[in-house]
Design a protein. Structure first.
Length: 119
């Protein structure tokens, strides 16, 4: 792969677009059975646990959540991607970090303030 940062940026954009469409199957294409998703409630290991998080989280979102979603920062450095976002009035600060290897998210961290009920 000649430019891994460009590939990770493209994968992150596809991941965010799947999230905005509430497409859990699309979101899950970026993970493998070895993936770990770290939340304030603790780590989730593997596809079934991560899928369960996204299904619950997306189902709990207010109807106009995505209308208020705003990306404040997006960075890709080597194998790591970082985003900071908001969706006021529900979430004033959301942040995710992604460690990407072999074209899959190996580790993702997630936090939101105030904490969203499903987080």
């Amino acid at each position: 792969m000649s430019n891994p940062e460009a590939h990770i940026t493209q994968m992150l954009n596809n991941h965010l677009q799947s999230f905005a469409r509430k497409d859990v199957t699309g979101i899950m294409r970026d993970y493998s059975e070895e993936s770990v998703f770290v939340t304030p409630s603790g780590p989730l290991h593997g596809l079934a646990a991560i899928r369960g998080f996204f299904e619950t989280f997306i189902q709990a979102l207010p109807t106009n959540f995505f209308d208020s979603f705003k990306m404040n920062r997006q960075e890709v450095c080597s194998e790591v991607a970082y985003i900071a976002w908001e969706a006021a009035p529900w979430i004033q600060l959301g942040t995710d970090s992604f460690l990407v290897r072999d074209e899959k998210i190996l580790v993702q961290t997630f936090a939101a303030y105030p904490p969203f009920p499903s987080a």
